[in-house]
Design a protein around this ligand. Sequence first.
Ligand code: SF4
Ligand code: SF4
Length: 327
Amino acid sequence: MQLKKTDLTGALKILAADASVFVPGEIEGIKRFVLWDGESDVDLGGANTQLPPKDILFPCTEKMYNYKMGDSIEIKEIVEKPRQVIFGIRPCDMRSIDCMDHVFLEKGFVDSYYSRKRENVTLIAMGCTTPERTCFCDSMGLDPNNAPNADVMMNDGGDTLVLEAYTEKGKAVLEALNGLLSEGGQAKKDTACTLKVNMTPELPEKLAGMFDHPIWDEVTRACIGCATCTYVCPTCYCFDIDSDNHGAEGTKFRCWDSCMFSDYTRMAGGHDPRPTKKERVRNRYMHKLSYFHERYGQHLCVGCGRCVEKCPAHMDITMFIDKAAEV
Ligand code: SF4
Ligand code: SF4
């Protein structure tokens, strides 16, 4: 099915009738997902958003429950089940949701805060037409033209967007938009990344045997421990839990944390099993490229290139992969 680009606003109005719709837009010069307000521009083409849409399903600060202490302790869970649509999410960021699903919904543990949002979100993906010079998703096993876990897959068709439903939720979207859709459409599906990385199938296991290799002294030297890489990464999911306490009552909340901070692994007695940046960077790269693969059978790096683009010290995971492949 195809939708004329001139009918995009009409389609978003239909979707926004019973859900919050997030679209690629701009806030203070930063391209990121924004809540569509009924008329703002939607930037579906060009480079991917500088920040991933991760915070829509896993907010950077999230209230968990309110409590009151007295003769007994009262706990009131904060239950949010917002109906949300993420419109125009790229295949790399779709794969990152796949990674989050593994972490928050599998192996015998369900994170209720994530699962409630995940159940109520509709994911309308958009194939890439213009990868950035730092994008390398196809080296990480992704197709920049397709996102198999999307509810609806969209691809550019010139004057139209070509839509295909992959799930029941996706079929419901196409039914809702029926009046604006027509048969046919020739989708552009030949995008490939220019940056190629030597991510061999053997690398996850090879890295597991390189824990004490001198490569870590070399590749970790430049890091300044700012954690920018983890905050812009669509797959980093670590969080801390704290309280906003006011006398006998307060709110428990969680907020993103980063393994690149020195106190992330510091224990109450003062011992820190990752005392220097060498151990911290090694853990980050090993988690992205080896540990997660061992547990879930896929990489925790989706090749979006954001950490490469944003690191102030020019740390580059693609150069690390190539170096490690040569060892
Ligand atoms: S963004 Fe770069 S310098 Fe900052 S913590 Fe990450 S790797 Fe280190
Ligand atoms: S590690 Fe870097 S390139 Fe890989 S998914 Fe995270 S931000 Fe993107």
